[in-house]
Design a binder for this molecule. Sequence first.
Ligand code: MN
Length: 244
Amino acid sequence: MEGVHSISETYVRAIRVAGGMPILLPPTFDGPTRDGYIALVDGLLLSGGGDVAPAHFGEDPVPGLRDVDPLRDDFELRLCRAALEADKPVLAICRGAQVLNVASGGGMVQDIATSVPGALQHTQRAPGWHASHAVDLDPTSRLASIAGSDRIFVNSFHHQSASDVVEPFRAVAKTSDGVIEAIESTRHRFAMGVQWHPEHVADHDPVAMALFERFVEEAGATRRRLPSGQDRPPLPAAADDPSA
Ligand code: MN
């Protein structure tokens, strides 16, 4: 919606239920503000949304490409790279997983239904709490260890997915049609992208809860690692005294 910043309450509630303090970051092209955001937070959750402009992964748009928001792309890609650089935990959901993959140099399937032969229905026409398809997890992955299983059932509201995944990231979850459903870093403290929407079921689904809990726990550990105040943003320069 033009002129409005908004996010689904489900993300906010999931972070809160997991013991974290949610802070929303309005997108901006302003670099110093972005730096301030990264200094302020202990972890970064990249939320769901529209498509990433294919220029960011070296492609022209296909007819199946949907809504693109150039400001949000620029903001989130830079913010994500800064979080990875600072090794602050990143939990990336749906569009967020796509941002995380593109930020780390990976490529995208722009439209699954027209690009993947034998594709499943990844934009379900069932309520958000319904787990519509199975996902097979790499048993050696961190995601599988958090899930406590190498096969889980998830909701699905995406029409894009990662194609190439670049080191230190790796694909750790797939559906039976070969679509990549999750990526994680082998090098960062915690950097994980999932194509489904755990926030939608975080109040009752044990795997979704565990994912948010681990993210918040890692973010808390990031805070404890630094001496008090060291990673806080500098105070803004004093404004000119209007009475002078
Ligand atoms: Mn899916």
